[in-house]
Design a protein around this ligand. Sequence first.
Ligand SMILES: Cc1ncc(C[n+]2csc(CCOP(=O)(O)OP(=O)(O)O)c2C)c(N)n1
Length: 497
Amino acid sequence: MTLLQRVDSPEALRALPEEALPALCAALREEIVTVCGRVGGHLGASLGAVELVVALHRVFHSPKDALVFDVGHQAYAHKLLTGRRGRMHTLRQEEGVAPFLDPAESVHDAFGAGHACTAVSVALGMAEAMAERGSLQRVVAVVGDGGLTGGLTFEGLNNAGASPHPLVVVLNDNGMSISSNVGAVARLLKSAAARDFFEALGFTYLGPVDGHALSELLPTLAEARRARRPVLVHVRTEKGRGFLPAESDRATRGHAMGPYEWRDGKLVRSRGGHATFSEAFAEALGRAMEADARVVAVTPAMLEGSALTGLKARFGERVHDVGIAEQHAVAFSAGLAAGGARPVCLLYSTFLQRAMDQLVHDVVLPGLPVTLAIDRAGLVGADGATHQGSYDIAWLRALPSLRLYVPVVGADVEPMLATALGGTGPAALRFPRGTLRQRGGCWPRPGLARRWWPSGRWRWRRWRRRGHWKAWRCWTPGWCRRWTRRPSTQRATRAAW
Ligand SMILES: Cc1ncc(C[n+]2csc(CCOP(=O)(O)OP(=O)(O)O)c2C)c(N)n1
């Protein structure tokens, strides 16, 4: 029986002698690398948090004590230690182990998440509820330094620092968000002023401790558990720790990797990389930035996902990474537009939910020329329920004067962006996560047009007139919209539905 087979619960972990913990950490790392190699996943964050997770389960008694992980992408070791090891190969698949944490999956998942910056608020709420019940159990929020770039975390810290509850906030500081972390707080965390900062907010500050040294982690967390007031434990970790390809990935330290395999001594993604809508959009945006110096890009911590790293290298300060701060990203874009710039704010559909009010209040109401690039619109697959881009059409269509463009093929992107930037008010392009079709247009086979017949069946027909392919898509019998296949500004305008 392997060590991991024996240690399949927090009780079994606490029963181990302390000398066995380094071997346990090594086995957890190996398992995480193997699982991610097979099915892909959030590798870097989980590798960096192995010792931290082991120490948390050693000192706190889950599920009585609640461990609330921000996002939940760093918690694969937690999954492995709480009875899910045998099913980890089903991670991120239908009916499989959840991509993040899910209380329906395990009593040890105190709260589900997927979007960043919720942990401190949720944990404080739980601590309040426990105090009202007279419970002496502890609540721990585990939040990354990236999570400190989001306003919601600070709203929670503001509330918690003035509360009497013995909330433990563990700051897992690896210097990284998905890319390198940004902003003044990230700078502050590198300095000795971090202590003053958190103490001024009302926390007892413990640390900084080496997050890979159990000899430092265990006594510090035990001290935090004994405290009778809010405590912040500052833990320094290395993202991707223990797996060379992740450690040497300077851009993201192996944040999230698709399945991979060794080929000729090199680690490679096992699936071929076709061009994506994100890349097509970034390419079109690059040309727009070249042509018009007023065009700038804004991203809330998604340089990599939005394919903006090339533009960042080319245009430097004209590409703004503002941290995990969607509300700020949209309000900041409104300010840029008010100041005469032509901002393009790139967000994932699911994360744009955070900035609904800024869009209504700061962009649409004053009618500012902000263009949103809404990536991962529609169903996104493996990241699960929290990441589906299901609602944007419903709520964006309710906003007066916002022009909504939906590119269907890669060739649509550039004219649509040009039309959006050429307008005088707010606009949004929404596009899916999918890769671009390699040949032909939006129809399954080039040269085929489709028509919905009132009988309810899709029929495929060739339809050619005046040298253009044309298609009619009937939403209800008697009401049709005509599309031509030629990418043109005219088409871009017509497709804005
Ligand atoms: C609201 C929101 N925006 C963006 C993301 C995408 N995202 C997932 S993890 C992550 C980085 C988190 O950084 P940090 O909290 O420091 O954790 P680390 O990965 O460094 O361990 C980001 C930006 C998200 N999950 N939620």
